[in-house]
Write a protein that binds this ligand. Structure first.
Ligand code: HEM
Ligand SMILES: *[C@@H]1O[C@H](CO)[C@@H](O)[C@H](O)[C@H]1NC(C)=O
Length: 495
């Protein structure tokens, strides 16, 4: 007879030795990327990764080069930063490398998808396809951006800042509130419960790293509570047809697809709409802020842009020529540079079948074939390419003119053939909101600079990396106080 103590001991020892044995046996074959299995059974390199992902990954990148596989919590995760050929092969092959299968592992926790939506990848595919269709339609996108413009202008012209004179404000709070409000209203219509959603949403975002790392509920109870508040509000929003009817073509058409499917409960729709809210706000708002803030902090660039803006003012229409403004090289360069430095997303794919990838530089004859195992995951953190000093000298410095034509070969090395700039991911799942995000940044830049004289009184804040690595565009580490003075002449027509 076995005593209960022995039984307990056996129950613990057998699985434990299984993990140890499994860990000892873990390996990679010669045709696979360098393998970092880490010191701990099952957990592998999880601790080193969680402690400081930036330092950990960049250390491995130095040691192993553009591709290596890390064993983390039972999974093989291949990190890839090979802008010449590797990344593109992964991004362009949607049959062997799946965006949705990777996302599926997190979509219930992260977005609050119901199980029925989370399991139905064809349905999700249909919805993403619809987002792409609407976002690439010029007139439909123009309707959305028109509402953003009117709302944004209304907010600042009717705010207490409209007549301010040397008032100190926190530019981040200012931008975040105004842009969130305008953009959410443009997408979800005037019936969007902004006041109810804004604060819980921001709290949820604060806890994003915990969701990304799969913390159990009891270690992330605030995050889950705030997420639930947003989901509840979205749930009651979608049960009110009159509010849906006033929303954008994007939201209306996504709603129609849901209602024509088997996933039409308020919770089903709320979960998906939550992901749209997150995708459309979490990155574009800090991106628009950093664009403006860096321009404000750079006296030379600021003076030049303040001279450019009035040239695109059309007095008869009392409006700007937005199409032309968006083509101004200095403005596009500033926005690109902002996403290079602050855009910290990760493109992720699940390997569906063994896949052979060519990595390295074909012209140096050092390209190699690497096999990725079915069932593993590929992660392409953008900072592994965007902060590479060989491509972008002094990578941690924001240089507004970096992407200007004349700086090719000076501040950007590698030329057109190098695909070292991927803030939107790529291939079939390239961000469908990229045009909208750029327009939002330009709208805020132009309105704020044409309405206010802005004087920085402190250095621009740094950004928080820590545990936020890979969770999207970085947030400022602290407030950015500047002095606002309302302009008497909004914009002068060209001389
Ligand atoms: C600066 C702002 C933004 C950045 C840096 C950004 C970045 C990204 C990235 C990296 C991906 C994954 C692509 C891949 O893995 O290949 C993505 C997907 C996506 N983005 Fe954006 N995005 C931004 C703004 C927006 C906006 C304004 C929308 C508005 C609709 C949006 C909607 C989406 C959707 C729907 C997806 C794909 C599916 C999903 O994640 O559910 N994004 N974005
Ligand atoms: C994707 O990869 C698989 C396996 O290597 C290959 O058979 C297929 O042709 C590739 N598809 C595309 C579009 O490149």
């Amino acid at each position: 007879m076995v005593s209960s103590l022995e039984l307990i001991a056996t129950c613990i020892v057998i699985p434990f030795s299984f993990f140890i044995l499994q860990h000892i046996l873990l390996s990679a074959t010669k045709d696979e990327p360098p393998f970092v299995k880490g010191p701990f059974p099952f957990l592998g390199s999880a601790f080193a990764y969680l402690r400081d992902p930036q330092q950990f990954l960049h250390g491995l990148q130095k040691k192993y080069g553009p591709i290596f596989t890390v064993y983390i919590a039972g999974e093989r995760m291949t990190f890839l930063a090979d802008p010449k050929i590797g990344n593109r092969q992964v991004l362009n092959n949607r049959s062997s490398l799946s965006f949705l299968h990777f996302q599926q592992k997190y979509s219930q926790t992260f977005f609050g998808y119901t199980k029925s939506v989370a399991m139905d990848l064809d349905f999700q595919q249909k919805l993403i396809h619809q987002i792409n269709t609407v976002m690439s339609s010029k007139p439909l996108l123009a309707e959305i951006t028109q509402t953003i413009k009117t709302t944004y202008l209304g907010l600042i012209d009717n705010s207490r800042y409209a007549k301010c004179n040397g008032e100190v404000i926190d530019l981040y709070q200012f931008c975040r509130y105004n842009m969130y409000y305008s953009s959410a209203r443009a997408l979800f219509g005037p019936g969007f419960p902004f006041e109810e959603i804004y604060q819980p949403y921001l709290c949820f975002e604060d806890d994003l790293p915990k969701f990304a790392r799969g913390y159990p509920r009891f270690l992330n109870s605030k995050g889950y509570t705030e997420q639930q508040k947003v989901l509840d509000e979205l749930g009651s929003f979608v049960t009110d047809p009159s509010r849906i009817a006033q929303s954008s073509a994007l939201i209306r058409s996504l709603y129609d697809i849901c209602m024509a499917s088997t996933h039409k409960s308020p919770a089903d729709i709320a979960g998906f709409f939550f992901s749209v809210l997150l995708a459309s706000k979490s990155n574009s708002i800090p991106a628009a802020f950093w664009t403006l803030a860096n321009i404000v902090a750079d006296a030379g660039v600021k003076a030049e842009i303040e001279e450019i803006i009035p040239k695109y003012y059309i007095a008869e229409k009392d409006d700007f020529d937005w199409n032309e403004l968006q083509k101004v090289p200095l403005i596009t360069s500033c926005f690109k540079e902002t996403l290079r430095l602050y855009g910290n997303a990760v493109s992720t794919r699940q390997v569906m079948e063994d896949f052979t990838l060519r990595v390295g530089n074909p012209s140096d004859n050092n390209a190699k074939d690497m096999r990725l195992r079915a069932g593993s995951a590929v992660l392409m953190p953008m900072s592994m390419t965007h902060w590479n000093p060989d491509v972008y000298p002094t990578p941690m410095k924001w240089i507004g003119r970096r992407f200007m034509e004349e700086n090719q070969g000076v501040w950007v090395h590698g030329g057109d053939k190098l695909h070292a700039y991927t803030p939107w991911g790529g291939g079939a799942y390239i961000c469908p909101g990229r045009h909208l995000a750029f327009e939002e940044a330009v709208i805020q830049l132009v309105y704020v600079l044409s309405r206010f004289g802005i004087e920085p009184i402190k250095d621009i804040p740094s950004f928080v990396v820590d545990d936020r690595y890979g969770t999207g565009v970085f947030r400022p580490a602290k407030s950015y106080h500047v002095k606002f003075t309302a302009r008497t002449v909004v914009a002068a027509p060209p001389q």
